[in-house]
Design a protein around this ligand. Structure first.
Ligand code: ATP
Ligand code: MG
Length: 728
């Protein structure tokens, strides 16, 4: 008679149970969203511990984020009744990598207390090296090289191994030398960058078999979540640790006990070097592996699942999987597609829906807004502050806390309030103007001696001859610029002034010249910042609003709506999910469309699949017909992904008639799609656009539409000049 299943196994379906109980030998769990892959991993660890197959310290478990690691640790504790000593080897690739590297730092020429370089330090260092090679660092920007190197490191390539073409592409053919010089410099500084946290351990394992053998004896079980998003370096690292070896055999471990779980349809980090092929190759790397498929989804309603499955079926590059759910109920809401006039409308309507749900006692913690690009967060953050609705931004800073936004705001603060030394310090040498430490020290001393603001002190100093000619000229220009911008404050339109400041200071140009992967997003954020100023009457009024937004608390304890990018939403789930901004160019994103070819677009579609499958009960998709780009209203085209949703699981909601103003040709491009027939028949929109603002209570600017170009009427309302309520 078989023993009754232990508690932690109760409730698993047979395939999940097999994945948990097949502890010996390589196992790949390949399954769609919400089928319990992460749950299987957690339960598997609990099972290994409960059956005393290994101690917690003998299990290596890799998650995609630190947050996921924390959650897994908690769940394991609950499953085995809380008597687990901590799991020292549960974490992300990086957190485990750093731990290994600290133990063996000497083997690569580091000391155990090495520092981990942040991006700024890294850029500064590369710049020095570029200059030391007598290269023009304008022509060969440090960030471009940082990016290149990151790509090499993601592929596990040391300087000797980078392709000849790559090596020649940078710095007049000196890419390889630079990479080498950079690594040498890091060693002399006793520092490692992020990529090194994996590359150094790989080198250690390869060059010191005794060390690797130690880890082989230690790690009896290896588990990896989100395997579809591992890059080559992570893969190499893992393969070295997982391979069978004499050391293991001597311990009585004859099998490779590695279990990876993943979903090829959720591979969304290709742009960062992830290789979905790792999952397809599993069987070759680990011969004799068991592949387990999970097909029952426990997370979402049949409507949500139906919508997601239909959408992802449009991808050609996929293994194809079955997904079903028993979660049927006539009460279940279909996925909704909602149309809005512009992003402000979108944020307002979603805010209202959230408040409605809240009134029906839904917790804010159960709701999330998932955006494609971080600039989209701004509108929601502003709206929620106005409403007094708690929110938290996951996986990144809040909009106004982003580096580029803080920099821009520092410029604006200096213009409005010349005594704001903190702001002045922040940007006096951003972008770089050749103001070295000596010049800045002099400036500070002078200001302190005279007890005057820095900017005033700068005005004095540039008259004298204490500064060297170069910094003096640079500082003089800063002083002149700020004087001129301040003088324009009373007369010039504040949005134009804001844009002008960012242009004339060279700040915008700094990011335009930047070749790193995040630079385009930063430029988008800056544009969104200027756009958002339009809702306020003046620059000081705008800054006051920002101060209030920044003051809103982000407390992990309070009930709050989550706002995050689709990329950060991986692995998470929420009762209600809002997916705004489904428009061509935003989602799928223009960059993926510009790439041409299929792969960029297919990765965007996987991102859409990830987004929809985060929802348990409700998924609400939005698109708007106007977004302001470069300060100009542009009419948009609904995302092609909308056309790929199945009608039987989706409700297309008519926009309320107060929108008005859609031009007949506004939704061109997808002429035959049902979206413009249902949602955009011209006859529904007889109400003039400007009514919208009145109906909404005098907020915001007012528009009316035309073909492809919406026209802005007057200055409209005074939204936001009223005090925003606080969310504390
Ligand atoms: P993703 O691909 O999004 O990472 P996943 O496959 O990792 O999803 P989980 O997050 O592990 O899926 O599980 C999804 C949800 O289903 C969770 O709330 C989990 O607790 C629940 N679940 C999984 N298996 C079962 C089961 N056998 N019985 C009840 N609920 C389950
Ligand atoms: Mg998961």
């Amino acid at each position: 008679v078989a023993a009754p299943p232990a508690d932690y196994l109760a409730g698993l379906n047979p395939e999940q149970r097999a994945a948990v109980e097949t502890t010996e030998g390589p196992v790949l769990v390949l399954a769609g969203a919400g089928t319990g892959k992460t749950r299987v991993l957690t339960t598997r660890i609990a099972h290994i511990l409960a059956t005393r197959r290994a101690y917690a310290s003998q299990i290596l478990a890799v998650t995609f984020t630190n947050k996921a690691a924390r959650e897994m640790r908690n769940r394991i504790g609950l499953l085995v009744g809380g008597e687990v000593e901590g799991m020292p080897w549960l974490g992300t690739f990086h957190s485990i990598g750093v731990k290994i590297l600290r133990k063996h730092a000497e083997l690569v020429g580091l000391k155990p207390n090495f520092t981990i370089l942040d991006t700024d330090d890294q850029i500064r260092l590369i710049k020095q090296l570029i200059q030391a090679e007598n290269l023009d660092d304008k022509r060969w920007p440090a960030r471009t090289f940082a990016n290149l190197m990151d790509g090499w490191k993601n592929r596990g390539l040391t300087p000797e191994h980078i392709p000849e073409g790559d090596a020649r592409a940078f710095g007049n053919g000196r890419g390889r030398e630079l990479y080498r010089a950079y690594q040498a410099r890091l060693l002399s500084l006793n520092a490692a960058d992020f990529g090194d946290l994996l590359l150094h351990p790989i080198a250690i394992f390869q060059n010191h078999p005794d060390v690797l053998a130690d880890y082989h004896r230690r790690f009896r079980y290896i588990l990896v979540d989100e395997y579809q998003d591992t890059n080559v370096a992570q893969y190499l690292w893992l393969r070295l640790l997982a391979q069978s070896s004499e050391a293991r055999v001597a311990e009585g471990i004859r099998t490779v006990n590695v279990c990876c779980v993943g979903d090829d349809d959720q591979s969304i980090y290709g742009w960062r070097g992830a290789e979905v092929d790792n999952i397809l190759r599993f069987d070759k790397d680990f011969p004799g592996s068991t592949v387990i498929r999970l097909e029952r989804n426990y997370r979402s309603t049949a409507h949500i699942l139906g919508a997601a499955a239909h959408l992802i079926a449009h991808n050609e590059d996929r293994l194809g999987k079955t997904l079903f759910t028993d979660f049927h109920d006539p009460e279940h809401e279909k996925v909704t597609v909602n149309a809005g006039w512009d992003s402000e409308e979108e944020a307002r309507a979603i805010g209202e829906e959230i408040e409605q749900l809240q009134r029906k006692s839904h917790a804010l913690n159960d709701m999330a807004i998932l955006v494609r690009a971080s600039f989209q967060m701004r509108e929601f953050e502003d709206r929620f502050v106005t409403l007094g609705l708690n929110y938290r931004v996951i996986g990144g800073p809040r909009f106004y806390e982003r580096q580029e936004i803080r920099d821009a705001l520092a410029y604006f603060r200096c213009v409005c309030q010349p005594a704001d030394d903190l702001a002045f310090e922040r940007i006096v040498n951003t972008p770089k103007r050749g103001l070295g430490d000596a010049a800045l020290k002099l400036l500070h001393e002078y200001a302190r001696a005279k007890t005057m603001p820095l900017i005033e002190a700068a005005g004095d100093l540039v008259q004298g001859d204490e500064l060297k000619p170069r910094p003096r000229a640079a500082l003089a220009e800063v002083v002149r610029n700020f004087a001129r911008w301040s003088s324009l404050l009373p007369t010039m339109r504040h949005t134009d002034l804001g844009e002008m400041i960012l242009d004339e200071s060279g700040y915008t140009e700094m990011w335009q010249a930047d070749r790193s992967a995040d630079a385009p997003g930063r430029l988008e954020n800056l544009k969104e910042l200027i756009r958002s100023m339009d809702d306020y009457e003046s620059l000081p009024g705008f800054l006051e609003h920002i101060a209030l937004v920044m003051d809103a608390e982000q407390n992990a304890e309070t009930d709050a709506v989550s706002i995050m990018t689709l990329h950060s939403a991986k692995g998470l789930e929420f009762e209600t999910v809002f997916l705004p901004g489904w428009e061509e160019g935003l989602f799928p994103h223009q960059r993926s469309l510009d790439e041409g070819g299929r792969s960029g677009l297919e990765e965007e579609r996987r991102l859409a699949y990830v987004g929809i499958t985060r929802g348990k009960k409700r998924v609400k998709i939005w698109f708007v017909s106007n977004r302001r780009i470069h300060g100009m209203w542009q009419s948009t085209i609904p995302s092609r992904f909308l056309d790929e949703l199945p009608e039987d699981h989706v409700d297309v909601l008519e926009p309320s008639t107060s929108y008005g103003g859609y031009g007949a040709g506004g939704m061109g491009g997808y002429g035959a799609s049902r979206w413009d027939q249902n949602a955009f028949s011209a006859s529904s929109y007889q109400t003039p656009g400007w009514r919208r603002a009145q109906a909404a209570g005098g907020g915001g600017s007012t528009y009316a539409g035309g073909r492809g170009q919406a026209i802005r009427y007057g200055e409209g309302g005074v939204a936001g000049s009223e005090p925003a309520s606080r969310t504390a």
